[in-house]
Design a protein around this ligand. Structure first.
Ligand code: SAH
Length: 240
């Protein structure tokens, strides 16, 4: 059964968006993965199909109602659906390549996109939503975050990227950032190529790349070399 993404959103027209072009889009048309969207507003309250209300306790902004969101989830996802249910949220566990790979290998994902100030906490608990963040900054809605997460997953699905899909040497796959790349021309604005890459000696090239990857990781992301507890263990329970 191919990877299936079900998106709950107030803006279904944002999908597949950028995932409808290039290799992800070809994969979608070939049926290597699939996408369905569900308009949360269809489960809104009253004639105006209201989905949000004032925060309990006061304060700025609006909050997505738990009853509306739960109804949307229940209508879109059968109870025996085994796919992880995610809520895009800046409070969530930071998305990491290891987790992306695990999800890409699975049956797919249900992704709830928040809007406004966020969603009523009770639906997160009541529907076992796993909160996932794509970084320490605030977006205006969960849709772009969902597209980012899906792009990361979809490119790993067999057949989507062809030869490049192995990705074994890419940044994060071995706990390191990637080594620098070079191509033609052999000389450009006075800059040549690293000598090791011209040697034709595969062992020497591999060693050079490894050293460069270690150097770049040390300089830019020393946290990857001595992971904090947040980086350890499977990222399944959604608790940071
Ligand atoms: N008031 C919230 C931010 C709400 S932003 C707070 O301070 O935490 C509105 C919606 O955008 C969120 O519900 C979430 O779905 C989405 N969103 C914003 N930033 C995000 C991020 N870094 N990662 C994932 N989703 C994000």
């Amino acid at each position: 059964m191919p990877f299936r993404a079900s998106i709950l959103t107030l803006y279904p027209e944002m999908f597949p968006g950028p995932l409808g072009i290039s290799l992800a889009g070809e994969g979608l048309r070939k049926g290597l993965w699939s996408l369905d969207t569900h308009q949360i507003r269809e489960h809104g309250i009253g004639r105006h199909r209201n989905v949000d209300d004032n925060p309990a306790g006061g304060g700025a902004g609006m909050v997505l109602r738990c009853d509306v969101l739960a109804a949307a989830i229940d209508a879109a996802v059968p109870t025996d659906d085994e796919r992880p249910r995610l809520l895009m949220s800046p409070r969530g566990r930071p998305l990491q390549q290891r987790q992306v790979r695990e999800w890409a290998d699975g049956p797919g994902l249900v992704i709830v996109c928040g809007r406004f100030e966020g969603v009523d906490e009770r639906v997160i608990e009541g529907r076992n939503l796993i909160e996932v963040s794509i970084g320490d900054y605030i977006l205006s809605g969960g849709e772009m975050a969902a597209l980012t997460l899906l792009d990361a997953c979809v490119r790993l699905i067999p057949g989507v990227m062809g030869k490049e899909a192995s990705g074994e040497e890419e940044s994060f796959e071995n706990g390191l950032l990637e080594y620098p790349h070079y191509t033609r021309p052999r000389e450009w604005e006075g800059r040549g190529l690293p000598e090791a890459l011209l040697s034709g000696d595969h062992a020497r090239i591999a060693k050079w790349r490894r050293e460069q990857a270690e150097r770049i990781t040390r300089e830019r992301r020393p946290d990857l070399l001595s992971p904090s507890p947040a980086h350890l263990g499977p990222a399944r329970d959604g608790k940071a």
